[in-house]
Design a protein around this ligand. Structure first.
Ligand code: HEM
Length: 408
C-alpha cells in the first residue's frame, strides 16, 4: 500500500527555496506515493527506477495533448496553448513519432558536432566582452552577459535566428516558459504568454517564409524541407510551434545549467580548484551539476491504462507528477545523494528525461555546458561572487535571475 502525501508544500516559499529536504522525505515513503485527494496529481513518482519506468512507457504514460485537455483546460483557446499543443512536448504517438522523426532528420549528431567551433567562437566573443566589462574590478552579471547569450547565440546559429533579434526574444521566451511552472498558469501569466506567442509566431512565420524563398544551411531551412514517411511536410502550425519550443527549451535550460554550475563551483573552492587543475574532468563535473542542480525538476504524465509502478497500482485516468530532480537524489541509486561529488561512478541521471520524449538537445546542452565552463575558467583565474546569489524559486527552469561576479 503506497503512502499518501500532500504536495501542498511544493507551493510554499520554504520548499521552493530548497526542495531537497522535501524530496528526501518523499524517498522515505518509498519510490511512488499517492497524493492526498484534492490535488491535480493523484500520484507522485520520485524514485529513480520508478520515474525511469514511467518516462519509458509512453504507451501507458502519455504527455498532455489536445485530446487530454478536458482534464486540464486552463490554457485552452489561447495562442500559447496552440503553440504548445502543436509541439513535440505535448503530442503523443503517432503524431509525436511523426514529428520526432522529422526532427531526427534535421537535428542530427553531425549537425550538433559541427556546431562545436561555433560554440567556441561565440564563447570566446562573450569572454572578451566580459573581460572588458570586468576591467578594474567592476561587477558583471554573469547571467545576462554570458549564461543567457551563449545558448541564445548558439541556438540562433543553429536555427538561423539573426543576432540582432536575440535580445528581443528573451523576455518573450521567459513569458512563455512561466506558464509551464507548477501553478504557473495564472490569468496574468497566460495573458503575457499569449501576447509573447503571437509575437514569436509572427516572427518565425516571416523567417520560415524567407528560408523557403532563400534556403540556407540552418535548422529552419532543414525543418521547412523535412518530410514525414508519406512525404508530407510539417504543417505551418507545427513548424512554427516546434521552432518556438526548440528555441525556448534550448536556451533557458542551458542558461541555468551554466549559472547553477558556476554557483555550485564557487561555493565549493576545493572542487573548483581541482577542476582548474585538470580540465579533463569537465564532462564529469557537468554531469554532476546536472544531477545535483538540474533546471527541470519535473515532468507530467497521464495514465492511459491501469498499470503498476514499483508495486503501486496506478489506475487509468490519473495525472502523475514525475519529480526528475528527486529521482536524481534517490539514495537507492546514488550514494550520499545530497553531496556534490563529480567522482561518483553512477552518473546516469534523469535530467534529460527518458523514453520517447528524451531531450532532443541533450548533446548540445552538454557541449555548451562543457565548453562554456571550461573556457570561462581558463580565461579568468580569479572568479568571485560580488553579491550573494539569490535563491531560485522555480521548479521548472530553476536558476538565478542574476549572478554578480568580479572576474580577473
Ligand atoms: C541543461 C539543458 C537541458 C535540460 C536539463 C533539458 C531537459 C529536458 C527534459 C527533462 C526533457 C523531457 C521532458 C519530458 O519528458 O516531459 C526535455 C525535452 C526536450 N528538450 Fe531539453 N533540456 C535541455 C536542453 C535542451 C536543448 C539545448 C534543446 C534544443 C536545442 C532542448 C530541446 C528539447 C526538446 C525539443 C524536447 C522535447 C522532446 C520531445 O518531447 O520529444 N533541450 N528536455
Amino acid at each position: 500500500m503506497a503512502a499518501e502525501v500532500s504536495l501542498a508544500s511544493l507551493h510554499t516559499d520554504e520548499v521552493r527555496r530548497d526542495p531537497y529536504p522535501f524530496y528526501a522525505e518523499l524517498h522515505r515513503h518509498g519510490p511512488v506515493c499517492r497524493v492526498e485527494p484534492g490535488d491535480r496529481y493523484s500520484y507522485v513518482v520520485h524514485g529513480y527506477d520508478a520515474a525511469a519506468q514511467v518516462l519509458r512507457d509512453s504507451a501507458t504514460f502519455k504527455v498532455m495533448d489536445e485530446t487530454l485537455l478536458g482534464a486540464k483546460p486552463s490554457w485552452e483557446g489561447n495562442r500559447a496553448h496552440a503553440v504548445f499543443m502543436n509541439s513535440v512536448f505535448f503530442t503523443n504517438a503517432p503524431r509525436h513519432t511523426r514529428l520526432r522523426r522529422m526532427f531526427n532528420q534535421t537535428f542530427t549528431p553531425r549537425r550538433i558536432a559541427a556546431l562545436e567551433p561555433a560554440v567556441e567562437r561565440l564563447t570566446a566573443d562573450l569572454l572578451d566582452r566580459l573581460a572588458e566589462q570586468a576591467a578594474g574590478g567592476a561587477k558583471v552579471d554573469f547571467m545576462s552577459e554570458f549564461a543567457f547569450p551563449l545558448p541564445a547565440n548558439v541556438l540562433g546559429e543553429l536555427l538561423g535566428v539573426p543576432e540582432a533579434d536575440r535580445a528581443w526574444y528573451r523576455p518573450r521566451a521567459l513569458a512563455l516558459g512561466a506558464i509551464l511552472e507548477l501553478g504557473g498558469a495564472t490569468p496574468d501569466n497566460v495573458a503575457a504568454a499569449n501576447t509573447a506567442s503571437e509575437e514569436i509566431t509572427a516572427y518565425f512565420g516571416e523567417l520560415a517564409a524567407l528560408r523557403r524563398r532563400d534556403p540556407r544551411d540552418d535548422l529552419i531551412t532543414a525543418l521547412v524541407q523535412a518530410t514525414d514517411a508519406d512525404g508530407a511536410p510539417m504543417s505551418e502550425e507545427e513548424l512554427l510551434a516546434n521552432l518556438i519550443v526548440v528555441f525556448n527549451a534550448g536556451f533557458v535550460t542551458t542558461t541555468h545549467l551554466l549559472g547553477n554550475g558556476l554557483t555550485l563551483l564557487l561555493e565549493r573552492p576545493e572542487a573548483l580548484a581541482r577542476l582548474r587543475a585538470d580540465a579533463s574532468l569537465t564532462p564529469r563535473y557537468v554531469e554532476e551539476i546536472l544531477r545535483y542542480e538540474v533546471p527541470t525538476h519535473f515532468s507530467v504524465r497521464w495514465a492511459a491504462a491501469d498499470s503498476e509502478v514499483a508495486g503501486v497500482p496506478i489506475p487509468a485516468g490519473c495525472w502523475v507528477l514525475v519529480l526528475l530532480a528527486a529521482a536524481n537524489r534517490d539514495p537507492a541509486r546514488f550514494a550520499h545523494p545530497d553531496t556534490f561529488d563529480p567522482d561518483r561512478t553512477e552518473t546516469a541521471t534523469l535530467s534529460f528525461g527518458g523514453g520517447a520524449h528524451y531531450c532532443l538537445g541533450a548533446a548540445l546542452a552538454r557541449l555548451e555546458g562543457q565548453r562554456g565552463l571550461a573556457m570561462l575558467l581558463d580565461r579568468f583565474g580569479d572568479i568571485r561572487l560580488a553579491a550573494p546569489p539569490g535563491t531560485p524559486r522555480q521548479l521548472m527552469l530553476r536558476g538565478h535571475e542574476q549572478l554578480w561576479l568580479t572576474l580577473a
